[in-house]
Write a protein that binds this ligand. Sequence first.
Ligand code: GTP
Ligand code: MG
Length: 399
Amino acid sequence: MIVGVVGKANVGKSTFFKAATLAEVEIANYPFATIKPNSGVGYVKVDCADKDFNVQCQPREGFCIKHKRFVPVQLIDVAGLVPGAHEGKGMGNQFLDDLRQADVLIHVVDIAGTTNEKGEPVNPGDYDPANDIKFLEEELDFWILRLIKKGWDKFSRSVQQTHGEVHKAIARHLLGLGVTEESVGEIITALGLKDKDLTEWTEDDMLKLSQEIRKKTKPMIIACNKIDVPAGAANFERIQKEFPEHLLVKCSSESELALREAAKHELINYIPGEGTFEMKENTSLSDKQKSALEFIRSNILEKHGSTGVQHVLDSAVFDLLKYIAIFPGGVNKLADQDGNVLPDCFLLPHESTALDFAYKLHTDFGDKFIRAIDVKTKMTVGKEHKLKNGDVIEIVADK
Ligand SMILES: Nc1nc2c(ncn2[C@@H]2O[C@H](COP(=O)(O)OP(=O)(O)OP(=O)(O)O)[C@@H](O)[C@H]2O)c(=O)[nH]1
Ligand SMILES: [Mg+2]
């Protein structure tokens, strides 16, 4: 699972990324602080299956606090985009190539409007963040268009000469984007381009294809960041109405970063994504730190329920992509050979079957699949059985 963090320059992408990964990255109040992409491990939060068995798990990767399991996902934070990036404005958009493999995108928006279209600081509310939602999608479309156009002449001639099937050829041409032949087939049929010779495609045909490919391969959640700045809340309400088709989640990355760092230094007890934290006794918290934390408690957690950062990640993976978390385990034993209880948790696409899960564990399990057991109910299930979020599954395979 790869999650890409995108957005205009200076909106808080790196702050969001750092809050989610605690990786050391550059954060600064001017555009293009990030040049090279940052890659790190963040976590999505699921109800751990260990609770159903009254045990404590020992995750091989990630961690579990009070039966909330944090499952690793890869996050990539890239340079900021500005309108006209595809024509070379700002840092251009070629760096987006690092996001080709992303399964889902988090679009970070400065919902308080404290940065103009170039990413320069302005007074809160002086810029309308609705513009960013529109231009960013366009810039992503132009980025995909560039990938489509790369080597198009040669490619289209060779498909023409070999009478290749258009949807298969395009999927191959865009292999790096992870678009399937089936999806390309559906898109070009809907666009009425199915029978058009590739050598005759216009730039407009290609742009339409780019837009549809973006929607299919790069679903996007909008992280409405800087909700702590007073102008943010009203903008959020307004923009939510203006973009009813988009998934918008409010957040304050800066607050989440402060809480996670305080927790890392053992100054507070805080479970990422929760609406509360506790100050630890006998710590070296200064009065200034204490009041900053109390400010977060009353202005963010109590007002909005949480800082939103964890919620954005979870929502991207579980609401938008509809992934499910599956734990391998045995009916007689929940631990692996080393005694680690429920050591693994896998994120699988929506509608994955018992057989898909077997293949995910090992090719041999898939090839030699006999049956699977739903460990919570002890029911035997077959290959085609659709798994659901939180299932613990034992695969029985031929030796
Ligand atoms: N008030 C407030 N400020 C924030 C928040 N998140 C980030 N910032 C500030 O916004 C500025 C930009 O943050 P970065 O994380 O560097 O932004 P970026 O989008 O990575 O910027 P580029 O890499 O330059 O595109 C910094 O001054 C941050 O401290 C937030 O939740 N609230
Ligand atoms: Mg940055």
